[in-house]
Design a protein around this ligand. Sequence first.
Ligand code: B4P
Length: 186
Amino acid sequence: MLNLVIFGAPGSGKGTQSEKLIEKYNLAHISTGDVLREEIKKGSDLGKLAKQYIDKGQLVPDEVIIGMLADVLESKKDKAGVIFDGFPRTLAQGAALDKMLKEKKQEVSVVVCLDVDDEELVKRLLQRGRTDDNLETIKSRLEVYKNQTSPLMDYYEKAGKIAHIKGVGSVDEIFAKISEAVDKVQ
Ligand code: B4P
């Protein structure tokens, strides 16, 4: 069972590359960002809560995300593996993921980290233009990434699970490099 984490700053291409990985490796896709946006669209209590954080470029609280993830993971059982896109984003989420997988006698197989510099990230996000893609919110998201998410990189580095991939270039070139890293752990 392949458990692939795709990791990187906002706008690094996690969602873009996930779509291609899902198809090639027959994976279930778990994107916490997509689940939250779906809840916002539905106007659910979870969506209303999430919107307050997303609009400010902050992370939705760990306990909310971890509870939500457990439910989503339970519903994805019929694939060759799972791609975790945008989760974990904090050390607490990383520990929770390890625990959830351990209960199923599984573990994270590989963490693909897309490395992209800030200038390129800002350019991409402004072009994408989602409601949380305005300059003020983007700055806050990049700050949050540095302070709260990037410590996870050391965590996975120490566990020997991380594959750094340069996330600049054509989508297909980047995908080819990711595929090489995934094939090593298959
Ligand atoms: P996410 O939905 O995860 O989105 P993201 O990090 O902003 O984008 P991603 O990296 O997927 O970029 P994409 O491929 O789309 O998070 C949104 C918000 O939800 C967070 O800020 C947070 O508030 C909340 N949230 C989500 N998960 C959470 C969690 N676990 N805990 C707490 N809060 C959570 O690419 C971006 C753009 O670049 C696209 O327009 C794309 O076309 C372009 N692009 C991609 N690859 C390119 C390339 N190679 N060259 C040029 N452009 C490229």
